[in-house]
Design a protein around this ligand. Structure first.
Ligand code: PEP
Ligand code: MG
Length: 567
């Protein structure tokens, strides 16, 4: 009997997947720089052109039954296929260098992939997967190998990497999980696996010779473990855990109809952080009262020329899914690890041209977004709020407000219906903004604390750098102190404060924030039921005591201990 194998990778999408192995083969191992005769050139050019057309039509077809982010991804893939430079280079290699079409495709795509892999941007590195996937599909087509995947329900897919389109195709077959050799936590395939609820583990190395199609596999998207041929005891353990997870999930949904108040009846407000249209059904399903943070920069990356109408369409869908509750739209927070097309590679991108700094330089982008938000506010008066990222000094806020006023006046002059009272708030995520909270509070309608960046900038720890990830400590006393200072400064002018960083999605930290008087929290939709259940189960007194003790902790460890002891 073949023995059990345990592999470990990076957990990328939560949940337990139980199923049978299916290996998606890499088709490029035998592509070599073989030459052709001049009389074969036309045939290879023709094969290449037909492969491009075939794939484009396939993506167009797929797109018809998709919407939102999935359709956007398909659009991006179609744009790649249309890229004139890429097409020219492949045809040149066939016509002038006399390479077979599969090698011309392979080597041209690899040049692009090489550049992206070596870019100093995790986001760009992650995009290489999409190019690899298109490359491989084109090669399959020119070789006339239409490998239709005979994936069945409950397959656990093992792949070097998976394209977004493949992930969509696979999800329709109810696969149980995905194990990838490559990929980053922000790659499209991973993002899709999360939004499609497919457990996924990445950065897993496996030996193909030791894995047979159909063998039993467990994927643990919570811990990053992958078990091939589990023993009986393990089988029972994972099946029980999966059942328990499903039971807990169903149980947790019951809390949704209960009022959002502590055990002693003090109200709190829970909202959703949203980035992709696929997340919209979960806003109401998971009991969020509106969207506390709509991240908009991702949509900016997927399109060129993201105009007012296109933005309005996207925002409208979000507002409609929020069932009459408020939606806070954050202005593009590009920069850092999220570069737009004309960004230069900077030595310190997180300290560079990011958020409001980029927006004030790119008046075209800013004006378009302001116009879209104001127009939207006229359609949904009283429901829309505007949030400004990365504010570090008062002059940035003043410039932004001036730009907003100009757009407002222009629209009013053109008799466009807008909500002239549209609230403008700022992210508190740079320590200088927290330190000057009182001054900022005089000039804005609300604060939203971004604990992810506040931690990064307070502790000088790059939030994406695995080498120093143990130093990324949101429970550091300095971070808690800045949160408290923000609240105290805001209170002086009666300005409401919310938290939309990851801290809000952890039940005990959420209780501590409520104990500090911050009773509006926005988080990823999957965290909502558990946070609500925890908050409903405790009194405000208990949470205030917790906050007092955490605020007097002398170290991150001590703060964590106090939080862990809070049951
Ligand atoms: C934050 O910094 O905490 C935040 C919510 O913004 P983002 O994670 O998008 O930078
Ligand atoms: Mg941030």
């Amino acid at each position: 009997m073949r023995s059990r194998i345990e592999l470990t990778g990076i957990p990328a999408s939560r949940g337990i997947g139980l199923g049978n192995a299916y290996i998606l083969e890499d088709n490029t191992e035998d592509v070599s720089p073989e030459k052709i005769q001049t009389n074969e050139v036309e045939g290879h050019l023709d094969r290449f052109r037909r492969s491009i057309n075939y794939l484009r039509e396939k993506f167009e077809r797929l797109k018809k039954s998709e919407s939102g982010e999935v359709a956007e991804i398909l659009d991006a893939q179609i744009e790649t296929l249309k890229d004139p430079e890429l097409n020219k280079s492949i045809q040149h290699k066939i016509k002038n260098e006399l390479y077979r079409s599969e090698y011309a495709i392979y080597s041209t795509f690899n040049e692009y992939i090489h550049v992206m892999e070596n870019a100093d941007s995790e986001w760009l590195n992650d995009r290489t997967i999409d190019l690899i996937a298109i490359r491989d599909q084109l090669i399959d087509i020119v070789r006339n190998r239409r490998r239709e995947t005979e994936v069945t329900e409950n397959s656990v897919i093992f792949a070097s990497n998976i394209s977004p389109t493949k992930m969509i195709e696979l999800s329709r077959q109810n696969i149980a999980g995905v194990v990838m050799e490559k990929g980053g936590l922000t790659s499209h395939a991973v993002i899709l696996s999360q939004s499609l609820d497919i457990p996924c583990v990445i950065n897993v190395k496996w030996n193909r010779k030791k894995l047979l199609k159909g063998e039993e596999v467990f994927v643990d998207g919570d811990t990053g473990k992958v078990i091939i041929r589990p023993d009986e005891r393990e089988s029972r353990y994972y099946r029980d855990r999966k059942e328990e997870q499903e039971r807990l999930y169903q149980e947790s949904l019951k809390i949704i109809d209960q009022p959002s108040e502590t055990r002693c009846g003090s109200p709190f407000h829970l909202q959703a952080n949203v980035e992709f249209l696929e997340e919209l059904p979960r806003i109401e399903k998971h009991g969020a009262h509106g969207v506390g943070l709509l991240r908009t920069e991702t949509i900016l990356f997927q399109k060129t020329g993201f105009d007012v109408e296109a933005q309005l369409k996207f925002y409208r869908e979000v507002v409609q899914a929020s069932g009459g509750s408020e939606v806070t739209i954050r202005l593009f927070d590009a920069g850092g690890d999220k570069l737009i097309g004309d960004s230069d590679l900077e030595a310190n991108p997180f300290l560079g041209w990011r958020g409001i700094r980029m927006l004030l330089d790119r008046q075209d982008l800013l004006d378009n977004q302001l116009e879209a938000i104001y127009r939207l506010s006229g359609e949904f008066p009283g429901q829309i709020k505007m949030l400004v990222p990365m504010i570090s000094c008062m002059s940035e806020l003043n410039k932004l407000k001036k730009a907003a006023e100009n757009i407002r006046t222009k629209l009013e002059k053109g008799s466009v219906n807008i909500d002239s009272e549209l609230p403008i708030g700022i992210m508190i995520e740079v320590p200088s903004a927290a330190l000057l909270a009182e001054q900022f509070a005089e000039n804005v309608d609300f604060f939203s604390i971004g604990t992810n960046d506040l931690t990064q900038y307070t502790l000088a720890v790059d939030r994406g750098n695995e080498r120093i990830s143990d130093l990324f400590q949101p429970n550091h006393p300095a971070v808690w102190k800045l949160i408290q200072m923000t609240k105290v400064g805001a209170d002086k002018h009666g300005v409401p404060v919310a938290v939309c960083g990851e801290m809000a999605s952890k039940p005990k930290e959420a209780a501590c924030l409520i104990g500090m008087g911050i009773n509006s929290l926005s988080m990823t939709t999957s965290a909502l039921p558990a946070v609500k259940a925890f908050l409903c189960d405790h009194t405000l007194d208990e949470m205030q005591l917790l906050a007092d003790s955490v605020l007097s902790a002398n170290s991150p460890l001590e703060a964590e201990k106090l939080l862990n002891q809070f049951v």
